[in-house]
Design a protein around this ligand. Structure first.
Ligand code: ATP
Ligand code: MG
Length: 415
């Protein structure tokens, strides 16, 4: 991608009403555009990051047997009335609307009800189970406060997976597989040292639900972390009994602010009982299906990465989710030889499968370097009248520069 053609440009300032670091940096660097509080447009750079995050999540969900589907955002009121989750007293984030004829409907903030209703058409016998389906959906939530940029959208992308199992032991096995899969997702997204499996309230069937909390000052949650055991407790369930149940010691715990990037629930047979989702067991008896629900905030995860990896100059993307691998900075491009060399390097790298953003704009070197630091691509590669047959290579997370031949750069990138 040539930066002179890239939609859009970086900016000196972010909107005056934007308080969060993630949105300030992402707006200034040209990743997102603020439509209104809690609603952001993903521009080409931003969408590339979202696509990378989705691909990581999808590969890990597929690896545990998940199959991708896409539910509708429009939801029937009647379904949610059955489970008593339609009223604003019970669910305070609904966006509701109505059809021209007056029939009420809702915009999906979660999907357990419609998906379980759908399963009634497809699950009849133990032979039809287990089923693991997931989707990437734009969720709508009428959040009271939306001041944390893409960490708390009123419209945001979630990956939600649902497991339908014959019994608790089949469910438990999958639930544990998903915990491991989620930890692999966060590791691959660069957050290995930050995300902790956290016992929290909210299990409908079990004592706890499990959250995946990323340590960050920007977080709205408070957790107690046991760094050696790699687990944590949400302060909402922090008490002597929980510590004992989880075999944790008060003196090993550190209190920190954190961002909830994922949350998994065991619903037991509750939803299936409410909605009438049953199957015939091997012995001929009828039983309710066991439901698990597994969410990751995709856009929140992107915001979390920005909150954690930045410096005074801008964003510092982990390689795995960066919009491009290489930011090729061309200087002195009015010199025909340098221009040719820069174009050749751009072609060689692109043809080798390296994702390159080539800064071919007619702006000063200072502006190019400042934008490069703001945008945060892992490798900065400079070609100029001074670099002769080599290129100057610097990683965004380091101050060290080195002169490399293009094939040396290629082999470094392949590592
Ligand atoms: P929170 O407590 O932060 O409001 P939640 O517990 O209501 O979140 P869940 O229903 O568990 O959220 O949703 C699953 C995941 O979706 C969360 O773990 C989080 O990563 C993400 N998420 C939830 N609400 C939002 C939001 N308003 N904007 C962006 N991501 C969100
Ligand atoms: Mg949650």
């Amino acid at each position: 991608m040539k930066q002179s053609k890239l939609f859009t440009k970086s900016k000196k300032e972010s909107p005056a009403d934007e308080q969060s670091k993630n949105a300030q940096l992402l707006i200034r660097a040209g990743y997102i555009y603020k439509e209104m509080a809690g609603a952001y447009v993903f521009l080409p750079l931003g969408l590339r990051v979202i696509s990378k995050i989705k691909a990581i999540i999808a590969s890990e969900m597929d690896a545990v047997g998940g199959q991708e589907i896409l539910m509708t955002a429009l939801q029937r009121k009647e379904l949610w009335e059955v489970t008593d989750r339609w009223s604003d007293e019970n669910v305070d984030v609904w966006f509701k609307s109505e059809l021209k004829g007056g029939q009420q409907l809702g915009f999906g903030w979660s999907h357990e009800e419609p998906i379980s209703e759908m399963m009634k058409q497809y699950v009849h016998s133990y032979k039809d189970l287990p089923v693991y389906v997931y989707q990437f959906q734009t969720k709508f939530r009428n959040e009271l406060r939306s001041k944390s940029g893409i960490l708390r959208g009123r419209e945001f992308v979630m990956k939600d997976m649902y497991s339908y199992s014959t019994d608790a032991s089949e469910h438990d096995k999958f639930y544990k597989d998903v915990i491991d899969a989620y930890m692999r997702v966060f590791k691959r997204a660069g957050l290995e040292d930050y995300v902790y499996v956290t016992s929290a309230s909210g299990g409908a069937f079990t004592e706890f639900s499990h959250e995946f909390q990323a340590i960050s000052e920007a977080g709205e949650d408070t957790i107690y972390v046991d760094k050696s055991k790699k687990v944590a407790i949400n302060d909402e369930v922090y008490n002597e009994k929980t510590l004992k149940d989880l075999d944790l010691n008060e003196k090993d715990l550190e209190k920190v602010a954190s961002i909830e990037v994922g949350n998994i629930f065991d619903f037991g047979k509750m939803k299936s009982e409410q909605l009438g989702l049953t199957f015939t067991k091997e012995d001929g008896n009828t039983e309710y299906v066991h439901l698990g629900s597994y969410g990751i905030g995709v856009t929140r995860l992107m915001g979390t990465i920005v909150e954690i990896f930045n410096d005074a100059k801008g964003i510092i993307w982990p390689d795995s989710v960066a919009p491009f691998q290489v930011h090729l900075i061309g200087l002195n491009l009015d010199n025909a030889d340098v221009l040719k060399k820069a174009n050749d390097i751009y072609d060689v790298l692109s043809k080798s499968g390296v994702e390159v953003l080539f800064d071919d704009r007619e702006v000063s070197a200072g502006e190019k370097f400042a934008d490069s630091d703001l945008i945060g691509i892992p490798y900065r590669v400079v070609v100029s009248a001074k670099t002769a047959d080599k290129v100057e290579v610097k990683r965004r997370d380091s101050i060290e520069t080195k002169m490399l031949e293009v094939n040396e750069l290629l082999s470094e990138l392949k590592k």
